[in-house]
Design a binder for this molecule. Structure first.
Ligand code: PEP
Ligand code: MN
Length: 336
């Protein structure tokens, strides 16, 4: 349920309404837009009589939200959310590119890649320390040592860091991490979503599960938001279809649709979506043209010897060329 407040309402009246909602076990979330102030109601609103609320002096109207996702819903928060990601901004016209290797392999590697992606215009550094691998025999990431290496790269370059959390028991190691990634394989790990949402307000980069519908993605965002963290970034990284020529199928239509359904920023991952380094450039450019709020791109200094996802990793030179094109596309076609 969304409550639209009358123009010129007094602060004390609005506070009074919020108190009333709290007394009914509803968490009132106020959004002050340029045109109107609205209060989104989080919790079980079934026992709340909309007629009663509408009768209050301070209330303009009451709108029921039919969709099962509430906090993530654009109706709940009509303006784009703008997320602060350790110095970088994302959403509402703020475009950000996250780049770096699939996995952190050594301090030298991550610092050198961080320097090159920063020089090319990346605003955040990615690198996995805890890796969700299909095979238990494959490289699982450097764990805590990998996080320490990411911190060194952050100190050297100033780039905020983005890295995946797979197990909530590791959360205390993530103090220096700016954006916590929840990977595609964990998109519906509801306990992880709840724990992370309750523990931190740091932005969470939530990757779409490989067979997840958009509604399922939004419901997973809702889990994080309902637990107390409104700062969720939605990430499309390709879905599994009948097509086997590509690692996944990039669903670019989601950018427009998610922007209609939700106020959360939408980031595209052209690396996992295609699985081929030679396709990353065109898909990154396409994603930018359709209005994505950002990109997350795998870049490796020596893709042939990468310990993970080398085939889809751009070299720093390829990445710099992509960034040039992305910049031109933004200037040419993006109003957001
Ligand atoms: C990754 O970003 O390296 C990764 C494992 O992504 P996904 O969860 O989208 O497969
Ligand atoms: Mn990867």
């Amino acid at each position: 349920m969304v409550i639209i407040i009358k123009k010129g309402a007094e602060k004390a009246q609005v506070e009074h309404l919020k108190e009333l909602l709290r007394s009914r076990n509803i968490d009132p979330q106020e959004t002050k837009g340029a045109l109107q102030t609205i209060i989104g109601c989080i919790g079980d609103v079934a026992h709340l009589d909309p007629g009663l609320i509408e009768a209050l002096d301070v209330v303009e109207s009451v709108q029921r939200i039919q969709e099962p996702y509430k906090a993530a819903n654009r109706k709940f928060h009509p303006e784009d959310s703008v997320l602060e990601c350790g110095g970088a901004r994302l959403g509402g016209g703020n475009f950000s590119v996250i780049a770096g290797p699939c996995s952190v392999e050594s301090e030298e590697q991550i610092v050198s890649i961080a320097k090159s992606v920063k020089a090319a215009g990346a605003t955040m550094l990615r690198g996995g320390a805890f890796k969700p691998r299909t095979s238990p025999y494959a490289f699982q990431g450097l764990g805590k040592a990998g996080l320490d290496m990411l911190s060194s790269a952050k100190r050297e370059t100033g780039l905020p860091i983005v890295t995946e959390l797979m197990d909530f028991r590791d959360i205390e190691l993530f103090n220096d991490v700016d954006v916590i990634q929840i990977g595609a394989r964990n998109m519906q790990n509801f306990n992880l979503l709840k724990e992370v949402g309750a523990y931190t307000k740091k932005p969470i980069l939530l990757k779409r599960g490989m067979s997840a519908t958009l509604q399922e993605l939004l419901m997973s965002a809702e889990y994080i938001m309902a637990s107390g963290n409104p700062n969720v970034i939605l990430c499309e990284r390709g879905i599994r279809t009948f097509e086997t020529a590509l690692r996944n199928t990039l669903d670019l239509g989601v950018v427009t649709l998610l922007h209609r359904l939700s106020h959360l920023p939408v980031v595209i991952d052209p690396s996992h979506a295609t699985g081929h380094a030679f396709m990353v450039d065109s898909m990154a450019v396409g994603a930018t043209a359709v209005g994505a709020d950002g990109l997350i791109i795998e870049v490796h200094n020596d893709p042939a010897h990468a310990r993970c996802d080398g085939a889809q990793s751009q070299t720093p030179e390829m990445f710099a060329a992509t960034m040039e094109r992305v910049k031109k596309v933004r200037e040419a076609v993006c109003s957001r």
